[in-house]
Design a protein around this ligand. Structure first.
Ligand code: ZN
Length: 147
């Protein structure tokens, strides 16, 4: 495993659309492992592959309840609304109020290629939305509510 460099504000890769993973090979497994290590090293709650310079649809999340890995994640259900403070490892020191659904369900693949559906509420729902946005070149600063 290795810690990768986190791309920050102004890096054009953060605005690009990530490609679907069609084969979970050793490179994807290494990417997942490296992303987790990088996230823990930076003390973040989530990381998306474009943040380490890889335009593939891969995310990792840990809101303090253990690691979640998802390949090709898709939000298939959302309900309610929450408003809370959000930050991003690509924007050190920046936070802002962002509105998100309160509950989401996400469909994706685990590292064995098995389809899984996860439900997240509150902070976890926020993390799913934030990381999936990254795969579409959308950043939380785009959604920060004006004062
Ligand atoms: Zn982020």
């Amino acid at each position: 495993m290795a810690i990768r460099i986190i791309r920050t504000e102004g890096d054009p890769i953060l605005r690009k659309i990530s490609r679907t993973v069609d084969k979970i090979d050793d490179r994807i497994i290494t990417l997942l492992d490296d992303m987790k290590e990088t996230m823990y090293d930076a003390e973040g709650a989530g990381l998306a592959a474009p943040q380490v310079g890889v335009l593939r649809r891969v995310i990792v999340i840990d809101i303090g309840e253990g690691p979640i890995e998802l390949i090709n994640p898709e939000i298939i259900f959302e309900e309610g609304i929450q408003c809370g403070n959000e930050g991003c490892l690509s924007f050190p020191g920046v936070t802002g109020e962002v509105e998100r659904p309160n509950i989401v369900r996400v469909k994706g693949l685990d590292r064995e290629g098995k389809e899984i559906i996860l439900e997240g509420k509150e902070l976890l729902a926020r993390a799913f939305c934030h990381e999936v946005d990254h795969l579409n070149g959308i950043l939380f600063i785009d959604k920060v509510k004006e004062e």
